[in-house]
Write a protein that binds this ligand. Sequence first.
Ligand code: ATP
Ligand code: MG
Length: 407
Amino acid sequence: MVSDKSRGRSEMVTPLRVLIVEDSEDDAFLMLRELRKGGYEPLAERVETAAAMEKALAAGQWDMIISDYVLPRFSGLAALHILKQSGQDLPFIVISGNIGEDIAVGAMKAGAHDYILKGNLTRLVPAVERELREAVVRRKRRQAEEALQRSYEELEQRVRERTEELSASKLELERLVGELERSNRELEQFAYVASHDLQEPLRMVSSFMQLLERRFEHQLDDKARQYISYALEGSQRMSQLISDLLMFSRVGRGTWNPAPVNLNELFSQIRSNCRTTLEETGAVITCDELPIVQGEPSQLSQLLQNLLVNAVKFRKQDVTPEVHVSATRQGKSWLLAVRDNGIGIAPEQHQRIFVIFQRLHSRQKYNGTGIGLAVCQRIVEFHGGRIWVESEPGKGSTFFFNLPAWN
Ligand SMILES: Nc1ncnc2c1ncn2[C@@H]1O[C@H](COP(=O)(O)OP(=O)(O)OP(=O)(O)O)[C@@H](O)[C@H]1O
Ligand SMILES: [Mg+2]
């Protein structure tokens, strides 16, 4: 180390860690003296070979390098090269005894920040000051660029992670959809097998009952005949339940392949299907101008028919049943309402009636298996809508559901 022996000055001094590439100790001394005069307290090391410079660069933290241009075993250009190799960005000032303009230009091109003649050392301190300032600016810019680069990388990493997450959840979704399709297929198969396999022994029960009745006609008393007729009724009912279950398992399935369905036409067709019932009860059926919706015609026909039949079936005694169908546009769908003046439904039953085989009355009072509304719900949900009821006992009921508009 070339140490500073002239301490004790009272003014503020700035420490400066300077690496001097110089063979002449005297010249180095002159430089240091100049720096001290300029208010620096140099902490300097002098090197004069490539190996010594590499070692010094690796060992210490430097503020700048001041280098002679020509040395016996080294040169300013070689020193610049070593500095570049080290990856450090330090101000590099070339100092030379006599420097031609072309040498100066060459040194600057090679990356030197300034050059100074040994005979004009008064330029040294202003050059050091300027280069230190610029080094700070360069460092700040580098830090900002590095921070920007880091945040780009972080962003890229996040995007990569997010993409991976998304594709993982997509896979999970596909797996679940596959599972659902499989279990639906299995369920359908089960319902099909169950209906066929259960119908068979049921037919046996009823045939043998009938055989029993015929064969032992004279031995049977009234009680026995009544028991047989109960058994036959039961098996008929069970047969009905089984075929309802099969129908239910099939409705609202398959691919969504909608067609335009004119509900006015559909409705008048349903009216003619139910003509007998309507005439028998004297029901008054009215409807608004109904829209064209998107859907599966046979399903929509079943939906409207189930609701219409219910509206008439659950009528009040001695009151002419009146049913009105209306439609309101709601964005991309239509809200349909089927209103009746029937017996009504208690609020606590509003959910339950949509569950398969759930009925609120005895079969003796109102016939049916309790599948109509469960089917309606499936159909509406298949069409992407919802079905619900608003009703009070004694005040009639209104069934609401939405269907997608055709245009
Ligand atoms: N318009 C209505 N007014 C009053 N109660 C109703 C009405 N519609 C349905 N309900 C009640 O909801 C129950 C379920 O209706 P759903 O249509 O599913 O079965 P169901 O008509 O009894 O039998 P199915 O439709 O299988 O012939 C009915 O049993 C009845 O108690
Ligand atoms: Mg019904």
